[in-house]
Design a protein around this ligand. Structure first.
Ligand SMILES: [Zn+2]
Ligand SMILES: [Zn+2]
Length: 228
């Protein structure tokens, strides 16, 4: 089993001074070697983020009112470390392997598919120099036929949720997003809503409700790491 190699240096410095090393096994080369990438994919076991029951089809028998949800793994696993380094240490080369993992874990979709990243707070994009969710969806769209990425969602507010109480975060999340254009929604298109981490799930659930209200019939929620 790959051990997590922690990057404790200043953001980005490690990758400027030294060649990449695999976050899973430490091998010099890529930030995630093929071996560790395949390990994550083959050990993936889908679970419901609400009640933690395992399922293989994204649909939970207990929480059936939600769209299918696919989560790669726990934040404390290697996938969580990869998300952390990608986001906070700006290891952009992780975007492609993270998209490949997501592609392997998500079921095939029928017909036109749109992957929609949950928009990041503007100040975070400025600090990091890129939108991490958008970069992953860009790579993901290249891996599937008839799939494109879209900025269908925008943030209604650019406030930070960290430090707020759970109730406050939940109510903020319910009004955090708006659709750029309702008329863009096509009932025959599959929409994959993507976020890097599931914390309360409120953001993803409110985004999913927005798409549904605008006429989307096929929605899948895709997340890399479960923070619980
Ligand atoms: Zn490795
Ligand atoms: Zn459940």
């Amino acid at each position: 089993m790959p051990k997590i190699v922690k990057n404790t240096t200043f953001p980005g410095l490690f990758d400027l001074l030294a060649p990449h090393s695999c976050r899973g096994c430490g091998r010099i080369g890529d930030p995630l070697c093929n071996c560790c990438k395949n390990y994550i994919i083959s050990h993936h076991q889908n679970l419901c983020p609400i009640c933690h029951a395992s399922n293989s089809i994204g649909r939970c028998v207990n929480c059936h009112q939600l769209p299918p949800i696919f989560i790669v793994g726990h934040r404390s696993d290697l996938i969580g470390q990869l998300v952390h380094d990608f986001k906070f240490h700006s290891v952009r080369d992780l975007a492609r392997p993270l998209a490949e993992i997501l592609n392997a874990v998500l079921p095939p979709t029928q017909g036109p598919t749109v992957i929609v990243p949950l928009p990041t707070i503007t100040s975070h994009i400025r600090e990091r120099g890129f939108s991490h969710t958008h970069l992953i969806t860009k790579h993901f769209a290249k891996l599937r036929q008839d799939c494109q990425t879209s900025n269908l969602l925008t943030r209604a507010r650019n406030t930070v949720q960290v430090g707020s109480s759970r109730e406050k975060r939940l109510s903020q999340a319910r009004t955090a997003y708006t659709l750029t254009d309702d008329s863009l929604i096509n009932p025959s298109t599959t929409y994959i809503l993507f976020d890097d981490v599931w914390t309360t799930g409120a953001s993803l659930q409110s985004a999913s409700a927005l798409l549904q209200k605008a006429g989307a019939k096929n929605i899948i929620i895709a997340v890399l790491a479960l923070s619980q």
